[in-house]
Ligand binder design. Structure first.
Ligand code: NAD
Ligand code: UDP
Length: 341
């Protein structure tokens, strides 16, 4: 089976591509490299000991999409491509709607015209906004608090409408909680551009000495130690979730949303402690004011994923930190070859 992986050169896409290759799928990675390096795919090929078809293309570019569907017999799409920085989306909302929403529309139109109607979509726990109840089930009310989140909500609704108009579509919406860590080899991982926005890469860069200290955004939340609580999930567990979703896709009867998390929440201070243990380094930190738009706590109810996908996350916070640290120490500056070929 040939799977088109949009955004397959990125963080989650590259790990999922590797797992797909290891499980016998043929993969076509489609990425405009706006936030990724071709080097990630080279590393994936090395680890899988198999070549990967790569198309440098934009999901908004229907001509390149069509040429890709002409060339390969694509049966399903895992759709990771998109912009994902919350702060940037507040400053530049139109580019987020254009890229994420218009890009997904162009992708779906092209898929339909080639008779490919199977999609696994990267959604996010951000669609739950500030949750009223924890843990969060898939039935919780949906609400976006920033343009990035709104693109995810809009795309979920667009995909439901597409299915409603044509029941041949098989669509799964995977709502990720907080993906962290790296492949066990330490040869692929997250390679943020500039100063990381997310906690775990910031901690890793502090441990390696690239950042002087971590600012902890808020220590007065209503949580066990006052710092924010999140459901961190190892990127390889997440990748496995995609494999399971792909296997189940043909059986589903309606657009189905599934939480991918561990179901456990860790506070910022607990993550710092786990990373110190894994790396043997001290992580200097200072408390800073709350970050605008942040919520106190967010973690998943994972019972539906267990039942429906027959999947659950296996790696704990120590494995997440150990693998993150291995990637960070082997590749302190991320992927070295940033050329866009
Ligand atoms: P990433 O930035 O590493 O990967 C996204 C990839 O998409 C990049 O390689 C980028 O070059 C590519 N891309 C962006 N716009 C494109 C376009 N118009 N055409 C073609 N390629 C394009 O991000 P990631 O962390 O791997 O996230 C993958 C997906 O998962 C995204 O849709 C993101 O919104 C979603 N998600 C991520 C997180 C997270 O914390 N990492 C959480 C929830 C959901
Ligand atoms: N956080 C922090 N310092 C940082 C980055 C994040 O204290 O430099 C906190 C943030 O306030 C939240 C948690 O770490 O409580 C996870 O933040 P991240 O941005 O990784 O994920 P998200 O907020 O999108 O769930």
């Amino acid at each position: 089976m040939t799977v088109l992986v949009t955004g397959g050169a990125g963080y989650i896409g590259s790990h999922t591509t590797l797992l797909l290759l290891e499980n016998g799928y043929d993969v076509v990675v489609y990425d405009n490299l706006s936030n990724a390096s071709r080097e990630s795919i080279r590393q994936v090929e090395k680890l899988a000991k198999r070549p990967v078809a790569f198309v440098k293309g934009d999901i908004r570019d229907k001509a390149t999409l069509a040429a890709t569907f002409e060339k390969y017999s694509i049966e399903a799409v895992i759709h990771f491509a998109g912009l994902k920085a919350v702060g940037e989306s507040v400053e530049s909302p139109l580019s987020y709607y254009e890229n994420n929403v218009c890009g997904t529309v162009a992708l779906c139109e092209t898929m339909a015209s080639y008779g490919c109607k199977s999609m696994v979509f990267s959604s996010s726990a951000t669609v739950y906004g500030d949750p009223q109840e924890l843990p969060i089930t898939e039935k919780a009310p949906l609400q976006a608090t920033n343009p990035y989140g709104r693109t995810k909500l809009m795309i979920e609704e667009i995909l439901r409408d597409v299915w409603y108009s044509d029941k041949e579509w098989k669509v799964m919406l995977l709502r990720y909680f907080n993906p962290v860590g790296a492949h066990e080899s330490g040869d692929i991982g997250e390679d943020p551009d500039g100063i990381p926005n997310n906690l775990m890469p910031y901690i890793a860069q502090t441990a390696i000495g690239k950042r002087a200290f971590l600012s902890i955004f808020g220590n007065d939340y209503d949580t066990r130690d006052g710092t924010g609580v999140r459901d961190y999930i190892h990127v390889m567990d997440l990748a496995h979730g995609h494999l399971k979703a792909l296997e189940k896709l043909s059986e589903i009867e309606e657009v189905t949303a599934v939480n991918l998390g561990t179901g456990k929440g860790y506070s910022v201070l607990e993550v710092v402690a786990a990373f110190e243990k894994a790396s043997g380094r001290r992580i200097p930190y200072k408390f800073a004011p709350r970050r605008q738009g942040d919520i106190a706590a967010c973690y998943a109810d994972v019972s539906f994923a267990k039942r429906f996908l027959e999947w659950e996350a296996e790696r704990d916070i120590d494995a997440m930190c150990t693998d993150m640290w291995r990637w960070q120490s082997k590749h302190p500056d991320g992927y070295q070859h940033k050329e866009e070929t």
